[in-house]
Design a protein around this ligand. Sequence first.
Ligand code: MTE
Length: 335
Amino acid sequence: MLIKTLKSSDLKESDITPENVYMNRRELLKGMGFLGAGVLLTNSASAKAIDWFNKDEVAQFKTTPLKYKTDANADKLILTPEHKVISHNNFYEFGAQKHQPAELSQGFKVNPWQLTIGGECDKPLTLDYDDLFKIFPLREEVRRERCVEAWSMVVPWIGFSLADLLKKVSPNSSAKYVVFETLHDPEQMPGQADRRLGGGIAYPYVEGLRIDEAMNPLTLMSVGLYGKTLPPQNGAPIRLVVPWKYGFKSIKSIVSIKLVSEQPQTTWHKLAPREYGFYANVNPNHDHPRWSQASERRITSGGLFSRNRIETLPFNGYGEEVADMYKGMNLNKYY
Ligand code: MTE
């Protein structure tokens, strides 16, 4: 349902994508020849963006209620409304514009699913769809999510610790990093079939963590949000949530987790190493080469025009839990 109607001519580009940050990221892809001018926000695209942002209900995908332990600290943060969490997405496999994943992923088949965990370990494991929800008791974790594009949300994720999963496979002494891969299925993921739609990324999407980061209790394997299974646009059936790092580390729809001895090549880092580091820890003192990271726009219940600009915190406010892992490291060099 549309709750507010605005003319596209009322809009400035910065109202849709404050500080032009999102456009800037897309400029990179355009410069690389992957996004045509037609994909940049024209007036009709702006109108569409307004429609999408003001919708009360977005996805038609059927989600299932989950049983989980609630987060005792949940009320310390104001949650981003569910309809915004599931309609303002980055999931380039379903299109590089924010509204596209919710629109283009509704036929995505998440069951059957297989997640393999292997590499440098003694007891490799394969999980089927049902196992994802049964292997460990599920818990809710309300976390800030800070995108590298300088917007943020607060999301009630549901899941279990990556550490618990990794302990099950008994990593050996060569396991220094963990590498994650998203499903590669161009028939189901139109952005993988069409390089322009998919932002020119060489799929599958790959991310990685150092083993101590992967073992940190904050690192969550999420199978749900807002009390239900994940909708496809948020990474169904299982995704990573690494709340002290920029959102691009939190890889979606994972089919493979591998323990490895060397730092892996990861998707955004490979595409533009000066702009997207391997570590990608949220850091207000290290700007992106083309925009400031000192502040962010918190997406709340306000409309498209609400500002909600807040200061960005080192490690996204989770320094107490994670800063020790980076003691003595130059965070401007290892950004
Ligand atoms: N995972 C895959 N496979 N493909 C993507 O394009 N985008 C990342 C991350 N995980 C992405 C991904 C980025 S840039 C962000 S900010 C978060 O997902 C967004 O998660 P959300 O849409 O659930 O808010």
